[in-house]
Write a protein that binds this ligand. Structure first.
Ligand SMILES: Cc1ncc(COP(=O)(O)O)c(C=O)c1O
Length: 459
């Protein structure tokens, strides 16, 4: 037998084995769909961490016995598990859709279009104006012809201003200007996480982290925190979630929706854990301007595998300008830049110059206003006997509904009928249907009216 016969035979074997794998995977999907039907009928959650983890461990054991690389086999298993979850979710999506702050916002907008008055306590968009200087900048941009493509990472002046703002020895090459913090989160995850990898999200959490991970085919492991534990993550449980496929821990402090800021010790332990396991830390700090209680940026820990996200949307009240930024090591920033160049060339130049001028203005007035409003909301919620942890920062209060009352979605629908939009707690994680999120982005007068309606709806 000559060498080419050998090659042909081996190629045939590969073809046969690949066909076997495809048939087996198809069979697996059919069984998964049958399980999905039963779950839908019995109203059981699609995801079951214990079942998944048992299946994963037994498959990994076999993989180890036959000498397969654990990272690759873990990813393969995760891809199969993710596909099962996707198929089963598809079946359950014929049932009622998951409601988030955004879907409630859309519903409220539709009701408004029919002529109904609405109080918006669901959306995280401050009602006050961007800094005055932004108006002048916008007026000058046409004459200055600042309306061209720019470098993908942003105009040098804005990058430099960001370097000044963030400090901590950061240099220009470590900064990328993005269209909002959301795109920075997306491009960081798309750059660093691939299909079959795992990320850890500390819930309750802004739903976009999970959506981004889903989008790249990664699995999100949930680190659940509770009101009773003052939204502090249990570090032992956090460590237990890490395995050979874990790539990233996502943190967001000041937190949306709880307003929590972790104490320095806990954050430093999370960084140490990430170092021990070589994980990326994605730190979403878009609410850092609204910190009332000892916030320390993850940048201060000088961890090379951290990515810090910030934005002009919240502190500067510039949501529609769509300007944010990411700060990390050069290699990660260059990966994020590649994605940004493929997707959108650059952030709109007029918006970048608007953001630059905003950076020169003090926003302490906004911070004071937000602090006052949050205190106001807390005071009213206390009078309704709702339990919550007073926020250390951000723009929200996240109270728990009293025992024996209806779940968030039923209450939220009732409130919409009464002309008040509030975000359901379950939009921030499946475990939180006994919570609602109230945004303090309106005047105290409007907040008062909205909370009055909430109080009477709670009975
Ligand atoms: C936690 C968190 N991160 C990021 C963002 C994105 O903000 P933007 O894309 O407007 O900068 C939001 C918006 O609500 C948020 O709540």
């Amino acid at each position: 037998m000559n060498k080419n016969d050998d090659l042909d035979r081996l190629r045939n074997d590969i073809r046969d084995i690949t066909a076997d794998i495809i048939q087996k995977v198809k069979k697996r999907m059919e069984i998964s769909e049958q399980i999905g039907e039963i779950k839908t009928r019995q109203n059981i959650n699609v995801e079951d961490e214990k079942v998944e983890s048992d299946l994963r461990n037994s498959a990994l054991k076999i993989a180890a016995e036959v000498g397969m690389d654990s990272e690759f086999s873990g990813r393969l298993i995760n891809m199969l598990l993710t596909e099962s979850v996707r198929l089963q979710n598809k079946q359950q999506n014929d049932n009622p859709q998951r409601q988030t702050h955004l879907s409630i916002f859309m519903k409220a907008k539709q009701l408004q279009a029919t002529g109904k008055n609405m109080i918006h306590l669901e959306v995280g968009e401050p009602d006050y104006l961007p800094p005055k200087t932004v108006k002048e900048t916008l007026g000058r941009i046409y004459d200055l012809r600042q309306y061209h493509y720019t470098e993908t990472r942003g105009v040098p002046k804005l990058r430099q201003a960001v370097v000044q703002k963030v400090g901590n020895g950061i240099i220009d090459e470590q900064v990328i200007v993005t269209p909002g913090g959301r795109f920075a989160v997306f491009s960081a995850i798309l750059s660093l996480v691939k299909s079959g990898d795992e990320v850890i999200s500390i819930e309750p959490a802004w739903p976009a982290y999970r959506e981004c991970a889903d989008f790249v085919g990664a699995k999100t492991k949930i680190m659940k925190t509770t009101l009773e534990e003052k939204w502090n993550p249990d570090l032992k449980k956090l460590e237990d979630l890490i395995n050979s496929n874990t790539k990233m821990i996502i943190v967001n402090y000041p937190n949306n929706p709880t307003g929590k800021i972790l104490d320095g010790n806990t954050m430093s332990n999370i960084i140490e854990l990430s170092k021990d396991y070589g994980l990326y830390i994605l730190s979403d700090e878009v609410y850092s301007d609204y910190s009332f209680n000892g916030f320390k940026s993850v940048l201060e820990y000088s961890y090379d595998k951290s990515i810090i996200i910030s934005s002009f949307s919240k502190g500067h009240a510039m949501t529609g300008f769509r300007v944010g930024y990411g700060v990390s090591n050069r290699d990660i920033i260059s990966k994020m830049t590649k994605i940004q160049s493929i997707a959108l060339t650059s952030v709109a130049e007029p918006m970048q110059y608007s953001a630059l001028s905003a950076l020169g203005e003090s926003i302490s007035g906004n911070v004071e206003v937000m602090k006052r409003r949050l205190l106001f909301v807390c005071d009213r919620l206390q009078k309704m006997s709702l339990s919550f942890v007073a926020p250390d920062g951000a723009m929200y209060v996240y109270p728990k509904l009293a025992e024996g009352t209806e779940d968030d979605i039923v209450l939220i629908d009732k409130l919409l009928d009464l002309g008040v939009a509030i975000a359901p707690g379950s939009g921030f994680g499946d475990s939180y249907k006994r919570f609602i999120r109230i945004s303090a982005c309106q005047t105290e007068e409007v907040l008062e009216k909205g909370l009055e309606v909430l109080s009477s709806a709670l009975g």
